[in-house]
Design a protein around this ligand. Sequence first.
Ligand SMILES: Cc1ncc(COP(=O)(O)O)c(C=O)c1O
Length: 436
Amino acid sequence: MNQIPVQQEIVKKHLDKLRIKDPGKASIREIVALINLIEEESKLKFVRMEMGVPGLPAAQVGVDAEIKALQAGVASVYPMMDGIKPLKYEASRFIKTFMNIDVDPASCIPTCGSMQGTFAALLVAGNVDQKKDTTLFLDPGFPVQKQQMTVMGHKHQSFDVFDFRGEKLREKLESYLVQGNINAMIYSNPNNPSWICFTEEELQIIGELATKYDVIVMEDLAYFGMDFRKDLYTPGKPPYQPTVAKYTENYVLFISASKIFSYAGQRAAIMAISNVLWNRQYDNLEKRFGSRPFGFTIVMQVLYALSSGITHSTQHALAAMFKAASDGEFNFIEDVKEYGRKAKIMKDLFVANGFTIVYEKDGDEPIADGFYFTIGYPGMTGGQLLENLLYYGISAITLKNTGSEKEGLRACVSHVKRDQFADLEQRLKLFNETYS
Ligand SMILES: Cc1ncc(COP(=O)(O)O)c(C=O)c1O
């Protein structure tokens, strides 16, 4: 008999309790709370794919450096607003080593996670020109960045890149930029949630149009180097992490330690502003913040007001991790390849049981296996699929939550243990027997 693992009443009861009318529209944190309650009552361990948290231990080289810094007494000392010197130097060197891009140490700024970096940069970008009052999101994307726009009261527009890959991206982007109201474009690469990676052709289009329309590109590299189709741990040699920085000078890069070094708890990232943009003067910034240069305004007006820098000891950790990586002593990419290996197995299990991969190609190439993948099931909306999978002990978030126009779910591999694969397979079989 087809035994559904979780009773309907349990799911319904907790949906009511958390006042979730439609699980398809619930936030990631709401889904987390819901599954916690269902797991507790049903005594069933879920295959949890809803939250993008690292599933690996923090990089030891960072932990050791941080302990050493604390023992040396840094906790009592305010760090410099724009970061300690060794970190700025190592961040700039890391960018040169793994991207082949020159950003001066002066414009490499530590932020309290990339979340703080994007908040500050989007705030300033939104004020460079009164006519440019809107930010453009190249979706699907990371939902919290839209929440940042809401918190700031800034306007944004977005489109799903699914149907606009390759040369088609140019016309679509231009249709927004030509309006003259866009201050910045933002995307993540590799992409959360779809794990697509923009091709060189697409990055070139984005860069060229950014220059043509004088728009700032915010390139979120939270998953730096994690396109495992190529080995990007080749210090000082190609292949490099692809970047828009090759094609425009109007860029800000965000390199987070959360996923690449499994350092999410310490909230550490680098915001690297191009040398040209760093020094660029905007009259409107003077009116709004009291200073004209883009870089100075971000650091000395906005970050100063937000948190006055980031944790002193964590800056030592970040410097040590960047240094070890650039010195060829810390292959951080090898450490996170486990996500790709797990994704391959999990994707195969889903596909073997009637699911499709929603975002499946970059140009002619199948997308990489990595931290996330996207799944759909014939005849079901993303919301229906999510709710139906809950009865089978599987959780994820809907793509609609991420600005995607596709029906389906984002699955995150990081918290699924290999010893759960057998359960996953059995539950997917049962699911497919019911719905096929
Ligand atoms: C695309 C993207 N950007 C930014 C972040 C947040 O990074 P941080 O932990 O450095 O704030 C995440 C985390 O999931 C992410 O997926």
